[in-house]
Every structure is written in structure tokens, then in C-alpha cells.
Design a protein around this ligand. Structure first.
Ligand SMILES: Cc1ncc(COP(=O)(O)O)c(C=O)c1O
Length: 472
């Protein structure tokens, strides 16, 4: 493709994207395909000769698009959103055009310095203490792994990095039963051993019980373990429960544990002063992560990781082979040393475009409107005769189930809700997912799509009620 063809197709593609964004709501949210169906339509080997772009793009539309779940659909209420926005898409195009690999300051000074500035902007927007320094990671899973590894190194005075685990080391780690699986994954990968991750009881709001945490720490100390770290979830994946950060922080101080805060989804809500209560005690944390790629209109991937002491992070990850040395060593941030990967994408650009394009107030308005829509629907479910809420709704995630009058047997009600979800999702008009809370099959409906409107939520509620009546 020469540059003039690129110009032509580029214009056409932007037109296509604008149309897609306008019409995505009329597509089925989920594809109706069987496993293997898409792969079987793709040739087994790459073409020997280059193909025209028209043909490639036509195949994208006829083969790939029908196999996509439309995450930007206004009726996508599943998982947590991975929302995006026009400025983010445009910045991503520029990032691809620049094609820069931003591993160190010298490999693109502007990328490093923009990232430094964006992390400061974000930190101020969500009310983190100025003592935290930020770096962009690909995902919260990676950020949590970085935190676990840094905790391990800080505690072992960097000896695990150099000599591996000494035979006497028996670290333990703590999170609630509702914490995200990425915590367990990090504990596995860091060599702590997932058997030594203590999953602590939760209260009736699904938040960690600090007294149970203290009991677990004391038992472990008594049994010769070294409690290493705890993870507090601000917004669990199941129901956006908020762990008691201050109480956990005080216990971590008392027993010398590292404290990581996983606010992957709910962290975006901290732009709202009325949501800041959940951050009470943040000064006691060592690290904090939230994902602009979930609920801050910045397309996947972009995870904001904040650390209290960057020197511990850098010491955990840095290596300086001859071929990476630059003249500025020691005077600039070389982000290659702030995480797992060496090569880094220029993710700060899309954040810059988004934050400037929306403005902090624009972001606050959107997030506030999502929470208001969720609170409105939660109110309807609360007063409905045949549906019930199964968890508090602190933000924009509603956990509920259908329980027609007279239905009380757990297995029957669970199966009814499983069928309800399957029928709703098969219809293609909305998409929601589930979790289990207290053994109850729980429908989760998350309202965080960039342009979701009241009519989209009202339509979803109508569909859910109609479908439920049909099943009953
Ligand atoms: C609370 C929480 N932590 C971590 C993650 C993992 O996020 P990522 O996909 O960025 O690794 C999720 C994903 O939904 C989450 O809800």
C-alpha cells in the first residue's frame, strides 16, 4: 500500500468507524456463532502474494465483524465495560502511526514526559495523596503482579531477586473471598504459592471483615509464616463491594504487611468528591491501581498504577544491559524499569486526548450519570414484586435475581435465573453476565457505556421483565 492509497483507505475507514459508532446499537450485542466457525472461514496459510485492501476490508466486514461482541453497544451491560471514545480512537491511530517503542526516555522523550504528566493529572483527579507516583501498565493484573513482586523484594531485601527463595521463606498473603482472580494469579506467579493466599471472610456487603483478617494474620504468625501483603478491593468484580481500607491499612502497619489497593473498575468513580469516602486510609497503602480502560473512556489497554516508593519498584525490575544504556541514565525516568515488559506502547497519548477532550468536569458528568442510571434501576428492582437486589449498589453495578412469588428453593431459583440470562443473551438485544453471591446465581448489570442513555436502561429492564414472565 503506498501513501496515497493509505490516505484514501484511511479516510474511508474513519467514515466506516463513524458509521459503526452511530449504528452499533442496531447490531446484535453478541455474535451468533459456534466455536470454530470463524476460523474455518479463514485460509489455513497466509497469502503468497499481497492482496488488495478492498478485499481485506470486505473480509473484515463479512467474516470478522459477525463474530464480534460489540463492547461499545449501548446495551452491553456485561462484565465491566471497556469503554472508549472518539478522542481515544483518534489518539490510538496516531500511536500506531508513530509506531514508537517507549521503553526509555531516550527512545521517545515526549512519551515518557507525557506519561509523567498524565499520571499526575489522574492522581489529582481521583484524590490520591501527592506522595504517590504513577506509571501506566497494560492491565490491572500486571499492576497487581508488580505490587506483589515489589512487596516480596522489599520484604526479602531483594534477595529473592538475586538468590531465589531461601528455604525458610514462608510468605502468606491476604485478600477477601470476593477479590479478583488476578490476585491469586499474581501470588501463583510470584512463587508465593496460592495455598498461602488467605481468602478472608466478607460481611453482608461482601466487604472484607478486618477482624477476620487480623485473626488470619495472627494464626499465620503463630504457625511460623511471614505475612507479606494484603490486597484491598475498592469495588470487587462480583458486586463492587468496598473493602475497609483504613482498617486494613492499620492492620498492615501493625503487622508490617505491604498493602495493595485494587480499584481496577471503581477507581474511576473517585473523580467524584461524593465517592471519595472509599479512599479513606489511602495514605496507609503502598500501591494502588485503577483502569482508565474500564470506565474512563480510554480504549483498552491502559491501567494506571501508583506507588508510594518508586525506588522499590525500580529496584525490583531494573536490569541494565550494555545495549540499553543511554546518556541520561539516572537523570530521567526509564519506564522499562517500572514493570515487567521492556518494550512499551505509547499509551499516555490517548489518555491526554481523552482528558483534554472531556475535561475533568466532562468525565465527572459522565460517571455521575452512569451511577444515577444504576441507582434509578436499582430502585425499580427494589420495589419490584418478583425481583430482588442481592447486594448493595454503591456505584453502577446492580446484582439481582428473579424470584417469582412463592419460589424459594435455592436450586430452582438459581436454575431459573441461569435460564433467564441465557435467554436474554441469546436474543442479542442486551448482554449481561453473572456471578454467585452467597450461593445465589446473581445477574449483574453494569451501566458504564460511554453513551448509554436512560432509554437503553429502561429497555433492558422491560426486556428482563418480559423474558422472566415468559419463563415462569
Ligand atoms: C477488581 C478487578 N481487579 C482486577 C481486574 C483485572 O483487570 P485487567 O483486565 O486490567 O487485568 C478486574 C477485571 O475486571 C477487576 O474487576
Amino acid at each position: 500500500m503506498d501513501n496515497e492509497e493509505f490516505r484514501k483507505f484511511g479516510h474511508e475507514l474513519v467514515d466506516w468507524i463513524a458509521e459503526y459508532r452511530k449504528n452499533v446499537g442496531s447490531l446484535p450485542v453478541r455474535p451468533n456463532v459456534r466455536p470454530g466457525e470463524i476460523k474455518n472461514r479463514l485460509p489455513a496459510a497466509p497469502p503468497e502474494q499481497g492482496e488488495p485492501f478492498e478485499k481485506i476490508f470486505s473480509d473484515f466486514q463479512s467474516i470478522i465483524l459477525p463474530g464480534m461482541t460489540h463492547w461499545q453497544h449501548p446495551s452491553f451491560f456485561a462484565y465491566f465495560p471497556a469503554n472508549t471514545s472518539p478522542p481515544s480512537i483518534l489518539a490510538e491511530m496516531l500511536t500506531a502511526a508513530l509506531g514508537a517503542q517507549c521503553m526509555s526516555w531516550a527512545t521517545s522523550p515526549a512519551a515518557t514526559e507525557l506519561e509523567e504528566r498524565m499520571m499526575r493529572w489522574l492522581s489529582a483527579m481521583i484524590g490520591l495523596p501527592p506522595s504517590f507516583t504513577g506509571v501506566i501498565q497494560d492491565t490491572a493484573s500486571t499492576a497487581t503482579l508488580c505490587s506483589v513482586l515489589t512487596a516480596r523484594e522489599a520484604r526479602s531485601r531483594f534477595t529473592v531477586n538475586t538468590r531465589g527463595y531461601p528455604s525458610y521463606t514462608r510468605f502468606t498473603a491476604y485478600c477477601s473471598k470476593e477479590a479478583h482472580s488476578s490476585v491469586e494469579k499474581a501470588i501463583k506467579i510470584a512463587g508465593i504459592g496460592k495455598e498461602y493466599l488467605r481468602k478472608i471472610e466478607v460481611d453482608e456487603t461482601f466487604a472484607l471483615r478486618p477482624e477476620a483478617l487480623e485473626r488470619a494474620i495472627l494464626t499465620d504468625i503463630k504457625n511460623g509464616f511471614t505475612p507479606l501483603l494484603a490486597v484491598a478491593a475498592l469495588g470487587t468484580t462480583g458486586s463492587t463491594a468496598i473493602d475497609p481500607l483504613r482498617a486494613m491499612g492499620e492492620l498492615c502497619r501493625k503487622y508490617k504487611l505491604w498493602l495493595h489497593v485494587d480499584a481496577a473498575f471503581a477507581g474511576s468513580a473517585l473523580v467524584l468528591p461524593e465517592m471519595r469516602a472509599m479512599l479513606d486510609g489511602i495514605e496507609l497503602a503502598d500501591t494502588f491501581v485503577f483502569n482508565p480502560h474500564k470506565w474512563m473512556f480510554t480504549n483498552f489497554d491502559c491501567s494506571a498504577y501508583f506507588v508510594k516508593d518508586p525506588s522499590l519498584l525500580v529496584k525490583t525490575f531494573e536490569l541494565l544491559p550494555e545495549y540499553l544504556k543511554t546518556a541520561e541514565e539516572g537523570t530521567v525516568n526509564n519506564y522499562r524499569d517500572w514493570g515487567l515488559q521492556l518494550g512499551r506502547r505509547f499509551r499516555a497519548l490517548k489518555l491526554w486526548f481523552v482528558l483534554r477532550s472531556f475535561g475533568a468536569e466532562g468525565i465527572r458528568e459522565k460517571i455521575r450519570s452512569h451511577i444515577a442510571l444504576a441507582q434509578d434501576l436499582a430502585g425499580k428492582i427494589r420495589t419490584s414484586a418478583d425481583f430482588e437486589l442481592l447486594a448493595p449498589v454503591p456505584l453502577n453495578t446492580i446484582c439481582f435475581r428473579y424470584r417469582p412469588r412463592g419460589a424459594s428453593d435455592l436450586a430452582t431459583v438459581n436454575s431459573l435465573n441461569e435460564k433467564l440470562m441465557a435467554a436474554l443473551n441469546a436474543g442479542g438485544r442486551i448482554f449481561l453476565t453473572h456471578t454467585k453471591l452467597n450461593d445465589r446465581f446473581t445477574l449483574r448489570l453494569v451501566i458504564g457505556q460511554t453513551d448509554v442513555r436512560k432509554e437503553d436502561v429502561d429497555r433492558a429492564w422491560q426486556l428482563i421483565q418480559t423474558q422472566a414472565r415468559e419463563l415462569a
